[in-house]
Structures are given as structure tokens and as C-alpha cells.
Design a protein around this ligand. Structure first.
Ligand code: C2E
Ligand code: CA
Ligand code: CA
Length: 522
């Protein structure tokens, strides 16, 4: 990645990081808000219905008491006394009395002489009550009452009682209606008569119409329904409030993320320069991981693995910087350094342990360059390495450019350096091109060793690899062996060598040498 693409990439990430969560959050806030608002509307409608039901309960229980107690004159002193008692004990009822024709003859307020004219009945409900929905009474001028009449008795209630509730938002529309004739009984705020129709046979419905979140409910006991509607202006305000918070947070988060991406991109871009400096300052060193003969458990060799310790003590993982070095054309400098370090480390080692080998990792570019052969041959000369003391490992990728690689492999082997194919099975191997090379070892990748003894679908692959290696007459080194059961399995199938934490982790040369038997005890 060059600087321009990296910057463009970072900017795109930043824009996405700002936009995506903000949009998502606003969308969610809207959805959540709509949900909450719908719930609120439903709660209001249920509350209105509840008050309306309670009112009806009080009315009908009052009327029932009066009809049950009736004997003779419905306006007797005893009747009036009962009416007063009912009135006082019923919080929703303004008055309760006896009706004859269209006149209220007497009530909890007393006898009304010729009777108070109530006007004609507006509607008879399905439950048999006669309703007058807009009655004015002389003793409460300016107020509008509902009169519910049944069996000659009538209760008087305030029209607005069911909807006379305090709401936390203003602009909340509330209404009660009579489902039988679809008439709004009482309402406040904007109410569309059409909303009553939405309910159908359902007890409750919520929907969105004309800029309102609407809830409609009806009673299963009385001929009463209730409507509550909240203007979405509330919702939009709430979404705006959420956005007010989210947008700056999104911008902040996006900026931080973009800076982080830029920083990482810069690090990545700067890495080659840092690797060069690290080579100059000798920040690289080698550790060695033992390779054992499975049959005897004897340490027969070690793989040299590079390590990078930054001046601040931080260790950079090889799978990170090796990749960068390969991409930026620095890998051959690293290989040269590895060979240089082994040159210093190995001469004594081979003298004292003539059968021991050191394995060196080569990258694809190394196998394309004659210089690698020269360096390795020089190393063999300097360290007095005999045939078999040095081994190189290259992945399948290293053999892809077959024409050059084949010649170099032949030259290496002619100089007594053996060759292993590394990480076998993870690349693009096909038998045919492997046959074209003269190789010595096949390293079975850790990922296949891991499947040994498991149910994994790939657990058969290791057996195929072993058969293939035998067919090609290659010796095998199994990588990443961590358990004795794996070692046992591999040993039983004829794998000659293994490497892994079961036998030893990568270690400093001194530790390795310290654990090899001296020539005397060998
Ligand atoms: P690799 O060549 O496959 O090396 C084996 C890796 O597996 C090493 O990781 C080693 O420490 C690790 N390993 C060995 N046994 C076990 C085990 O039992 N369990 C587990 N979990 N891991 C085990 P390391 O040293 O981090 O090296 C990573 C890769 O970096 C190497 O993979 C190799 O591709 C590359 N590398 C390391 N040193 C060099 C070098 O000098 N030159 C080049 N070109 N590449 C190198
Ligand atoms: Ca290797
Ligand atoms: Ca490997």
C-alpha cells in the first residue's frame, strides 16, 4: 500500500466510521421512539377507558341499588336518602336520580318539582342504557353532562371526566366514543372520527396516521371506547435530541478511528525504514527450536527462528515483519543477516556435534537469487559444515517459479545443503511440480498435526500427506507437536522427525547447546 492509497483508505474509514453509527443510531432512535410513543399512546387510551369503565361500574351499581330498594314512590324520603348515599360514595358520579319521560324528577340533590328537562335520548346502547351525551343542568350552568339512564334511574357524570387526565406531553388528543354508533362522546385535541373504524373486532389497535401515533381501545364490558393520539412532533423532537448527542460522538469516534488507521498505516509504511535501521543496529537475533528423532527422542537438529527486539524492549512477531520485509524487498537482507548470525554461532556447534543440523528459513525471493546459494555455500565453508549440517526450509510459494528454483535447489544440494518443503499442505502444492524438485524433507504443517486424534473433517489429510511423502521418498518433520499422543500417532505412521513445544520451545543457542549431550556422552 502506498501513501496515497493509505490516506484515501483512512479517509474512507473515517467517513464510514462517522456516518454509519450516526445513521444507524438515528434510525434506531426513530424506531425506538416510535415504539415508545406507541406504548405511551396505548397507555393513555387504556387509562381513559379505565376511568370510563370505573364510571360505568359506579353508575350501574348505583342504579342497581336503587332498583333493588325500590318500593312504591321512587322519590320517597328513603329513596332520596339512598341516592345521597350513593352520590357521596361514588367519586365519578355528580348526581343520581329518578327519571320520568324526559324529566329528572328527583335526585341526590333533592326533589326537582315538575322535573328537570333532560332532552331526548341520543342513543340506546347495546347493553340497554339510554344515553344523553350533552345535557346542561340549571344548577351547573356552563357545564356539559352525560346522563346514563336505565330502568327509570339516571346517573349524571361530567362529560370530560374520563379524558380529564393530566398528560406529561401537551397536545395529546384524547376521546371516548360509543362503538355501537361510532360517535365521539367526548374529546379533546385533534381526533379523526375515521380512527374509530380501524379497531374492527379487535380490543386494541395502534397505528400511525396524519402525523399522529394513535391508539384505539374498547371495553369488553360496556359500550365504550377510547382514543389517544400523540403528534409525531414529539417523536421528531426526541430523535433530534438523540441526534444532537450522537452526531458529535460519531464525529469524535470517527476522527479517533481515522487517526488510528492513519497512524497504523504510517507505521506500516514506515516499517521498511525501521527494519533497515534495525538491521543496522543489530536488533535481530536467532533462537533455535530443537528437532527430534521420534524413534529415539534424540535432538538431531534445530530450526533457526528470527527474533526482533526493539530498543524499547518490545518484541515484534516474525509473522508480521517477515511479511513486510517480503513485500518491500528487504527479505534478502534479513536472510543474509540470519546466515551471518549462524556463521558466528555454528562453527563450534558442528565441530562438537557433527551430526547436528541447523535449519534456515528461506523466502520465495531467496530461492530466485543466486546470491542465496553463494551465501549458503560460503556459510558451509566458514563453519566447516559437512553434508547434512545445513538445511533450508522453503514454503511451496518458494518453488512456484520452478525453472530458477530448481536450478538453485540442485546447486544447494550439490554443496551438501539439504532442502525441506515447509508448511506443507497449506499452499498450492500439486504433486506434479513437487516431483520436479529434488528435495530431502517435507515439513507437515502444524494445522494438520493439530487434527491428529480429533474428529475434524481434515484429520484424514495428515495420513494422505504421510503417504505422499513416502511416495516421493521424502523424510518427514512434523511441526507443532504439543502432545505425546500426537507424537505417538506420527511415530506409528512412520514420521521420522518432529518439532514442537512437547520437545522444546525456541531457545537461545547457549541453552540449546547446554542440553545437547557432550561428545563424550554421545
Ligand atoms: P515456521 O517456519 O512455520 O516456524 C514455526 C513456527 O511455529 C515458529 O513460530 C515456532 O515458534 C512455532 N512453533 C513451533 N512449535 C510450536 C508448537 O508446538 N506450538 C505452537 N503453537 N507453535 C509452535 P515463529 O518463530 O513465531 O515464526 C513464525 C514464522 O515466521 C515462521 O513459521 C516463518 O515462516 C517465519 N520466520 C521465522 N524466522 C524466520 C527467518 O529467519 N526467515 C524467514 N524468512 N522467515 C522466518
Ligand atoms: Ca520453517
Ligand atoms: Ca513451518
Amino acid at each position: 500500500m502506498n501513501k496515497k492509497t493509505a490516506t484515501a483508505f483512512a479517509l474512507v474509514i473515517a467517513a464510514l466510521a462517522i456516518a454509519a453509527p450516526t445513521f444507524l443510531a438515528i434510525h434506531l432512535a426513530k424506531k425506538e421512539g416510535l415504539h415508545a410513543e406507541t406504548g405511551r399512546a396505548l397507555a393513555y387510551a387504556r387509562d381513559v377507558l379505565h376511568r370510563s369503565n370505573s364510571t360505568a361500574d359506579q353508575i350501574y351499581s348505583g342504579i342497581k341499588r336503587l332498583t333493588e330498594a325500590r318500593s312504591g314512590d321512587p322519590c320517597s324520603d328513603a329513596s332520596l336518602e339512598l341516592m345521597r348515599q350513593i352520590d357521596i360514595s361514588s367519586s365519578y358520579i355528580q348526581a343520581i336520580g329518578y327519571v320520568s319521560g324526559e324529566r329528572l324528577m328527583c335526585s341526590s340533590l333533592g326533589r326537582h318539582g315538575e322535573g328537570l328537562y333532560l332532552g331526548p335520548v341520543d342513543l340506546v346502547t347495546s347493553t340497554g342504557s339510554a344515553l344523553r351525551t350533552r345535557v346542561e343542568l340549571p344548577f351547573a350552568k356552563g357545564n356539559s353532562f352525560i346522563v346514563v339512564e336505565r330502568a327509570g334511574y339516571a346517573a349524571i357524570v361530567h362529560r370530560d371526566l374520563p379524558i380529564d387526565t393530566t398528560t406529561s406531553e401537551k397536545d395529546v388528543s384524547l376521546a371516548t366514543f360509543t362503538p355501537d354508533n361510532r360517535q365521539i362522546r367526548t374529546s379533546r385535541g385533534f381526533v379523526k372520527p375515521k380512527w374509530m373504524d380501524v379497531l374492527g373486532d379487535r380490543p386494541e389497535a395502534t397505528f400511525f396516521d396524519s402525523g399522529y401515533v394513535v391508539a384505539v381501545v374498547k371495553s369488553n364490558r360496556y359500550a365504550t371506547g377510547a382514543i389517544a393520539a400523540l403528534p409525531v412532533a414529539h417523536l421528531e423532537q426526541r430523535t433530534r435530541d438523540v441526534a444532537m448527542w450522537l452526531v458529535p460522538i460519531g464525529i469524535l469516534a470517527g476522527t479517533v478511528l481515522a487517526l488510528a488507521v492513519l497512524y497504523l498505516a504510517k507505521l506500516q509504511l514506515a516499517m521498511p525504514a525501521v527494519i533497515r535501521a534495525a538491521l543496522k543496529r543489530n536488533e535481530f537475533f536467532l533462537v533455535y527450536q530443537p528437532i527430534v528423532e521420534l524413534k529415539s527422542g534424540k535432538w538431531v537438529g534445530a530450526e533457526a527462528l528470527i527474533r526482533w527486539r526493539r530498543p524499547d524492549g518490545e518484541m515484534v512477531r516474525p509473522d508480521i515483519f517477515i511479511q513486510v520485509a517480503e513485500d518491500s524487498g528487504l527479505i534478502q537482507l534479513i536472510t543474509e543477516r540470519v546466515i551471518g548470525i549462524i556463521g558466528r554461532d555454528a562453527s563450534n556447534l558442528f565441530k562438537r556435534h557433527p551430526d547436528f543440523h541447523i535449519a534456515i528459513n528461506l523466502s520465495a525471493a531467496d530461492l530466485q537469487s543466486r546470491r542465496t546459494v553463494e551465501l549458503l555455500h560460503r556459510l558451509a565453508g566458514e563453519t566447516g559444515a559437512g553434508p547434512g549440517n545445513l538445511l533450508v526450509e522453503a514454503t511451496e510459494r518458494g518453488f512456484l517459479n520452478a525453472d530458477v528454483a530448481r536450478v538453485l535447489v540442485r546447486e544447494l544440494r550439490a554443496g551438501g545443503i539439504r532442502v525441506a518443503i515447509d508448511d506443507f499442505g497449506t499452499g498450492y502444492s500439486s504433486l506434479s511440480y513437487l516431483e520436479a524438485f529434488e528435495l530431502d524433507f517435507l515439513k507437515i504443517d502444524k494445522s494438520f498435526v493439530d487434527t491428529v486424534g480429533t474428529e475434524a473433517a481434515t484429520s484424514q489429510v495428515v495420513l494422505h500427506i504421510i503417504e505422499m511423502a513416502k511416495g516421493l521418498k521424502l523424510e518427514m518433520i512434523a511441526e507443532g507437536v504439543e502432545q505425546e499422543s500426537q507424537a505417538q500417532f506420527l511415530r506409528d505412521r512412520g514420521v521420522q522427525f518432529a518439532q514442537g513445544w512437547l520437545f522444546g520451545k525456541p531457545m537461545a543457542l547457549a541453552d540449546l547447546v547446554g542440553r545437547l549431550p557432550g561428545p563424550a556422552d554421545a
